[in-house]
Design a protein around this ligand. Sequence first.
Ligand SMILES: *Cc1c(COP(=O)(O)O)cnc(C)c1O
Length: 435
Amino acid sequence: MNSNTKRLLAADAAHVWHPYASMVNAPPVFPVVSASGVRLKLADGRELIDGMSSWWCAIHGYNHPVLNAAAQAQLAAMSHVMFGGLTHEPAVSLTERLIGLVPAPLETVFFSDSGSVSVEVAMKLALQYWAARGETRRKKFLTIRGGYHGDTFGAMSVCDPVTGMHSLFTGFLAEQFFAERPAVRFGEPWREQDIASLKHCLETRQREIAALILEPIVQGAGGMWFYSADYLRRARALCDEYGVLLICDEIATGFGRTGRLFAAEHAGIAPDILCVGKALTGGYMSLAATLMTRHVAETISQGGAGIFMHGPTFMANPLACAVALASIDLLLAGPWQSRVAAIEKQLREELAPCAKLDNVANVRVLGAIGVVELKQPVDMRVAPKLFVDRGVWVRPFGRLVYLMPPYVIEPEDLRTLTGAVFEVIQNSNIHPQRT
Ligand SMILES: *Cc1c(COP(=O)(O)O)cnc(C)c1O
């Protein structure tokens, strides 16, 4: 390791927080200097095949000429202007493009700068919607266990109470209603009892509930769980029956990851409010959007407040909007469905042998997402290095080792990733050692 890298790592360890990390017992981090295609280049010259798409984002891989060109063209015009009282082509074109892709009733868009904020916006929209209708008791949200919706306080309140560490924030965090995690897996036959818990919550609490919020089909960071499209269909029908809004959080699933452009398409349903983020810009910039029906937008606008009370400084950042537009067009112009289907098939075949290992509880694949659930948590001081030593970038969490590569990955590179997963899981050091 050269002296510059040593200095960088020392300063990082001394002063820089990393996600969900400790400042006194910091886990190892790897300095990356560039990225191109599906490869990350480390400071020591090693290249890693990326199995994470930088947390669901980099669907086209890194350093893509089309996205670079879009960013450079927009940079030459303007990188940012305020959105209060001003508007611009990138925001309006992106809005039109998004509205053309999502289910028909979603017609208006609120831009924000991160997924968590788009969830805050969705929750605030739901609260203002009911306030505008004079139903002031509807101040709670219903969700399903095992979910993840972000790290800000509103979003955290609807994350899984256990993995979301609600106990840390008791007394401050809003208390919401939680139905059981859907037990029925994606593709499994439907049983009426699968919806009983959600139905019970709606029956008993309907007048207090502003909205049901969930991740359609794939629960991401709350446990990488794939559930039945019938569950989602029934949840939509129950929301209609009990007069509750439905918020779909497609921040992780949006833009093709599950094999459909949006995961709600597996069930053929449309939410009242939809959150997108992550892959929206192909991983280039931080941008998110909350889409809603005209009915929701107009009800809020015609209510006592008359306005929607939100307005981020970097709302509809032109640079991010221009890249998002280019990313969506790039996705739609290419054979993304067949690429995701091919990744799904290869993940199924090549991760299947993991199911026979003693420490593996379950292997599941949907779209370009492959998950190996272990019986014990992974030792995060050891596992990342085992992957890096095999030339791949894979970052497990808890008991989950998973792959969600860029859609442009070649079969040989994907084989290297799945092979590394199998080998690392077999390594006896992957679980914390009992001493
Ligand atoms: C990542 C994620 C969020 C939060 O997005 P950030 O950009 O990290 O704030 C919310 N919901 C889901 C489903 C996510 O995967």
